[in-house]
Ligand binder design. Structure first.
Ligand code: PMV
Length: 317
């Protein structure tokens, strides 16, 4: 029996479109920060019933795609019993497919191939379950390069900066814990087919990546705030202009955005990011973490506030 874990990640420059749906290849590159306290755990063992058994929340189809790729690579067809748990406070309504698919790929790599699987291959399995999950396979600031090869052979992940280079904490304003009205793959397709600024969003990707990487390199929070918020809002603008519109925002989302802007104006360095859901993720330096948490308590629309504080690497005794 093998158990593996992986944390979630939040993109600072977003992935919102595919260049190949079957291989789940992104249209453009993205950049994220891997989290610490919001994580998933996957356990894999041989099934005694002669068929695969799934102990996971919801539909196993994403995990089944990951397993099919892992079996194709390792040529190990033993029936498996798979259990995947999300260690997020229950009912948080946070997208957990990134951490769960990354944890599952790690567990499969150890169970089926004794951990000898190259990172690129593990990322390929994970990508088939959830594109953004590949970024959870590395720590710190992770670049997911879209690549240009038809077969995806140059679609790779790399660590752009360690977490220690520019420590950031995260506070999540949980606005809603209900399932999202439309999943990310269907929403991306609707945007591609109907949104007038889908192409424009992808055209700004190169400049946004450059600006974000330079801001992180220079530990410049205000510069990172500017590009990360603009990139996130541009992605949501693409959604809002689709037909019919894809609108994940709720009252609490708008209030959390306004609060982040007020905090920044009052001298608390912080910025927000929002994915395919209403919850708002607020990044800040570790010293500002408590001030941001306390400020968020004033938003009555929030059903929860989650904390993913920066953790310095433990020094050997
Ligand atoms: O990996 P998916 O299919 O869940 O897509 C996630 C897309 C966003 O979270 C909205 C953006 C991103 O880059 O993580």
């Amino acid at each position: 029996m093998i158990t593996a874990t992986a944390p979630s990640n939040i993109a600072l420059v977003k992935y919102w479109g595919k260049r190949n749906k079957a291989l789940n290849l992104p249209l453009t590159s993205s950049l994220s920060l891997t989290l610490r306290s919001l994580w998933s755990e996957a356990t894999v063992e041989e099934s005694s019933t002669g068929q695969d058994e799934w102990d996971i929340m919801g539909d196993p189809s994403k995990a089944q795609r990951v397993l099919a790729e892992a079996r194709g690579f390792t040529k190990d067809d033993r029936p498996l019993r798979v259990s995947i748990q999300n260690h997020f406070p229950s009912g948080a309504g946070l997208a957990s497919s990134a951490s769960s698919m990354a944890a599952f790929s790690r567990a499969l790599a150890q169970f089926l191939a004794d951990g000898s699987t190259p990172l690129d291959e593990m990322a390929r399995w994970s990508r088939l379950g959830s594109g953004s999950s590949v970024r959870s396979l590395l720590t710190g600031y992770v670049l997911w390069d879209a690549g240009t090869e038809e077969d995806g052979s140059d679609c790779r992940i790399s660590q752009a900066f360690t977490p220690e280079h520019f420590p950031l904490s995260l506070v999540v304003c949980v606005v809603n814990d209900k399932p999202k009205p439309i999943g990310s793959t269907a929403a991306m397709e609707r945007c591609r087919d109907t949104s007038p600024n889908y192409q424009e969003f992808h055209e700004r990707n190169g400049d946004d990546l450059k600006a974000a990487l330079s801001a992180i390199e220079n530990r410049d929070l205000m510069a990172l705030a500017e590009v990360a918020e603009a990139n996130c809002l541009a992605m949501h603008d693409v959604m809002h202009k689709a037909t019919p519109p894809v609108n994940y925002f709720m009252e609490g989302t708008h209030k959390s955005i306004a609060l982040t802007r007020e905090l920044r104006a009052s001298g608390v360095p912080c910025f927000f990011s929002i994915d395919a859901g209403p919850n708002v993720k607020i990044f800040c330096p570790p010293e500002q973490h408590q001030a941001v948490v306390d400020a968020c308590k004033s938003i009555t629309e929030l059903v929860d506030i989650l904390e993913d504080p920066y953790k310095a690497p433990s020094t050997p005794a």
